[in-house]
Design a protein around this ligand. Structure first.
Ligand SMILES: Cc1cc2nc3c(=O)[nH]c(=O)nc-3n(C[C@H](O)[C@H](O)[C@H](O)COP(=O)(O)OP(=O)(O)OC[C@H]3O[C@@H](n4cnc5c(N)ncnc54)[C@H](O)[C@@H]3O)c2cc1C
Length: 584
C-alpha cells in the first residue's frame, strides 16, 4: 500500500462507499422496487449503526433519513467517547463498563482515525474529602476500563503547583490540587458519516432527504403487521413505498412520531436539551480539559482542535425538535459556571459558536431529565416494527446489534450474529501505517502539513480521494474563507459524502458553522459556488441556498439573545432549513 494520488481522474479507482448523487437515484429506485430484509428509519448514529450491522450480516438493507446524516442529535453531542464518570455516582456500573469497552474498541479497531485521547482535570477546591471522593470514582473508572481493550493511561493526583502549571487559567485562589484522567473524543458527524459510507460499501442503500410519512400495515396471521413504509423524496417531492420484512425505528427524539403512525407506543422518549458554547483555544489557558461540578450535573471544558467546547446544560425541551435553540439563559448558565473556575472571565464576545442537541431519553414519570436513564431499550410495539431508543453515542454499536438481533427474529433465513465489532470503518484500514504518512503526503501534495494532518484525522486513509481532487484541479487546493478547510473538501463532500445542501457542508462535513465567528457566513457564498458546480444547481438555487443560510444564522443569533425557551423557539423557527422542515 502506498500513499499515492493519481493525476488522471478518469484512471482513478472507484471511491468505496461513495454516496454520490447517482448512487442516491439508484438507491431510491431500489427501495421502491425491491423487497428488503430491513428498512431503517433515521440516519443518526443509531440508524446508520443498524444499517451497517445488518448489511455486514448479509441482509438486504435500506435506510431513509429525513434531512442529512447526523443532522439530529448525532452532530451536536459533547463528542466524547466515554463511560460517563458521573454515572458511577448513580451506580450504573454496567453502563459505564460497557461504554468504556466500546471506547476501547472504537479507538483500537473500528474507527481509530477518528478517535483522539483527551485528558481531563478535576480541580479540587477542598483539601481532603474531594480528593478521596473523586479519587475513588476515577480509580473505579480506570479499573472498569481495564476490563476492556485499549485502556488509557491511569489517572494521576496532582498537587496545587502541578495543577496550576498544567492549567494556569484556573482561578488560583481556590485551587488545592487536581486529579487528571484520560478519555477519548471523536468528531460525531464525521463518524456517523463514516459508518453510513461503510454500510453503503457493504451493500446498504442510504437515502437522505427522504422522510417517512407513514407505515405500510397489513394483517398477517390475524395480526396487524408493519410491512414497510411510505417515504417522500424531499428533493423532488415524490412519494414512494418501500417494502421490508422488518422496519427499524431509530429516529431518536422523533421515535414517538413513528409509533403514532401505527399504534399506541410501547416505548417512549423525552427530549432533553443540551447546549454547548465554542470559544477559541486562546480563551482558556490549560493543556488539559477540565471537568466542573454544577448543582445539576457537570460542565466539561473540552479541547477541540483550535477551540474549546464548553457544555452542557440539561433541561426539558417541548418545542421544535428539528431546530432546538439556545436561549440567553442557557448561555448565561454556561458562562457563569465556567467563569466560577477561570481566572480570565469568558464573555459573550468570546463565543464563536453555539450548538444545541436533544438527548433522546427513555421516558419515565420522573420530571427531572438529569435523572432519566442513559441506557437503551429495544421493543417491537407492533409486529414488524422494531424500535430502539435511549443510549449514548459511545454505545451506538451495541444498540445497533441489539436492534438488529430483535429485527431478524422471524426472518425466513438463517442470520449470523453481529460482526460489527470486527468491521473497520472506511478510512481506518491499516491506520497504523497511514497515521505515519503525514510527511510523505505533505511532500507529494504541496499542502501545509497542518492541513494534511487535519485531513488525515477527518478522512483517514481516504485522504487520497480528497488529495486526488486537489491534484486534478490545483485551484481546489486553496483554503475557503472562515476556516482551515480547502475547497477540495467541499467538492468531495458533494461528490462522495452525500452532501445535498449548503448546510450539510457548513454544519457537518466541515464545522465552519461553529468554529468561525461569522458562523459560516463568510464561507457560504464560495462553498455554495463549489457545490453548485458539482451538483448542477442553477444560479437561482445557489442564491436560495445562501439566503437560507444567512437566515438561519440570523435566527440562531436572535434566539441566543432570547430570555427563555419559548421565545428562543419562536425566533429560531423563523428560518426553516433548506429542506423546509420545521416541526408543526
Ligand atoms: C448535548 C448532548 C451531548 C451529548 N454528549 C454525548 C457524549 O459526549 N458522548 C456520548 O456517548 N453521547 C452523548 N450524547 C448522546 C448522543 O449524542 C445521542 O445518544 C445520539 O447521538 C443519538 O443518536 P440517534 O441516532 O439515536 O438520534 P439522532 O442523531 O437524533 O438521529 C435520529 C434521526 O432520525 C431522523 N428522523 C426522524 N424522523 C424521521 C422520519 N420521519 N423519516 C426519516 N428520518 C427521520 C432525524 O432526522 C435524525 O437524523 C449527547 C447528547 C446531547 C444532546
Amino acid at each position: 500500500m502506498e500513499a499515492h494520488t493519481s493525476k488522471s481522474r478518469t484512471c482513478s479507482a472507484p471511491v468505496p462507499g461513495s454516496l454520490s448523487p447517482k448512487r442516491r437515484e439508484l438507491d431510491i429506485e431500489r427501495l421502491a422496487n425491491e423487497q428488503l430484509d430491513i428498512l431503517v428509519i433515521g440516519g443518526g448514529v443509531t440508524g446508520v449503526g443498524c444499517a451497517l450491522d445488518a448489511a455486514a450480516r448479509g441482509l438486504s438493507v435500506g435506510l431513509v433519513e429525513q434531512r442529512d446524516l447526523a443532522s439530529g442529535t448525532s452532530s451536536r453531542s459533547s463528542k466524547l467517547l466515554h463511560g460517563g464518570l458521573r454515572y458511577l455516582e448513580s451506580r450504573d456500573f454496567a453502563l459505564v463498563r460497557e461504554a468504556l469497552h466500546e471506547r476501547g474498541l472504537l479507538a483500537k479497531t473500528v474507527s481509530p482515525h477518528l478517535v483522539r485521547t483527551v485528558s481531563f482535570m478535576i480541580p479540587l477546591t477542598r483539601r481532603f474529602w474531594q480528593r478521596i471522593y473523586f479519587g475513588a470514582g476515577v480509580l473505579l473508572y480506570d479499573l472498569l476500563a481495564r476490563t476492556g481493550r485499549h485502556p488509557l493511561a491511569f489517572h494521576r493526583h496532582l498537587g496545587r503547583r502541578a495543577t496550576l502549571e498544567l492549567a494556569p487559567g484556573l482561578k488560583q485562589s481556590s485551587i488545592r490540587g487536581a486529579i487528571i484522567y484520560q478519555d477519548a473524543q471523536i468528531d460525531d458527524a464525521r463518524h456517523t458519516l463514516a459508518i453510513a459510507r461503510t454500510a453503503c460499501h457493504h451493500g446498504a442503500s442510504i437515502v437522505t432527504s427522504a422522510r417517512v410519512t407513514g407505515l405500510l400495515i397489513e394483517t398477517r396471521n390475524g395480526s396487524e403487521t408493519v410491512v414497510g413504509a411510505k417515504f417522500r423524496d424531499l428533493e423532488t417531492d415524490t412519494d414512494y413505498e418501500c417494502r421490508a420484512t422488518k422496519v427499524v425505528n431509530a429516529t431518536g427524539v422523533w421515535l414517538d412520531d413513528i409509533h403514532d403512525m401505527a399504534c399506541p407506543a410501547g416505548l417512549s422518549v423525552r427530549a432533553a436539551k443540551g447546549v454547548h458554547l465554542v470559544v477559541h483555544r486562546d480563551c482558556i489557558d490549560s493543556e488539559s480539559g477540565i471537568v466542573l461540578r454544577t448543582p445539576r450535573s457537570v460542565l466539561f471544558l473540552i479541547p477541540w482542535g483550535d477551540h474549546w467546547l464548553i457544555g452542557t446544560t440539561d433541561t426539558e425541551w417541548d418545542y421544535d425538535r428539528a431546530h432546538p435553540a439556545a436561549s440567553s439563559a442557557d448561555i448565561d448558565y454556561i458562562l457563569e459556571h465556567a467563569n466560577a473556575a477561570l481566572q480570565r472571565q469568558l464573555t459573550r464576545a468570546d463565543i464563536l459558536g453555539v450548538y444545541v442537541g436533544l438527548r433522546p431519553l427513555l421516558d419515565a414519570s420522573d420530571d427531572d431529565t438529569t435523572k432519566l436513564s442513559r441506557e437503551h431499550a429495544v421493543a417491537e410495539p407492533i409486529n414488524g416494527l422494531v424500535s430502539i431508543a435511549g443510549g449514548k453515542y459511545t454505545t451506538y454499536r451495541v444498540m445497533a446489534a441489539d436492534a438488529v438481533d430483535a429485527a431478524v427474529v422471524g426472518l425466513d433465513k438463517p442470520v449470523p450474529p453481529s460482526v460489527s465489532h470486527e468491521v473497520v470503518l472506511l478510512g481506518s484500514d491499516e491506520w497504523q501505517h497511514w497515521s505515519q504518512q503525514a510527511n510523505a503526503l505533505t511532500q507529494r501534495s504541496g499542502l501545509d502539513r497542518d492541513i494534511v494532518e487535519r485531513l488525515l484525522w477527518r478522512h483517514g486513509n481516504r485522504i487520497v480521494d480528497v488529495l486526488e481532487i486537489a491534484e486534478h484541479e490545483p485551484a481546489l487546493a486553496t483554503g475557503i474563507p472562515g476556516g482551515s478547510y480547502i475547497a477540495a473538501e467541499v467538492v468531495h463532500a458533494a461528490r462522495h459524502e452525500g452532501a445535498l445542501h449548503l448546510d450539510d457542508v457548513l454544519a457537518r462535513r466541515l464545522r465552519i458553522s461553529i468554529e468561525d465567528e461569522q458562523r459560516g457566513n463568510l464561507a457560504a457564498e464560495s462553498v455554495a459556488s463549489l457545490m453548485a458546480r458539482e451538483l448542477h444547481w442553477s444560479d437561482q438555487r445557489k442564491d436560495e441556498e445562501v439566503k437560507r443560510w444567512y437566515e438561519r444564522v440570523e435566527a440562531e443569533r436572535a434566539a441566543n439573545a432570547a430570555p427563555d425557551d419559548s421565545t428562543a423557539d419562536s425566533l429560531r423557527r423563523r428560518a426553516a432549513d433548506t429542506r423546509g422542515l420545521n416541526d408543526a
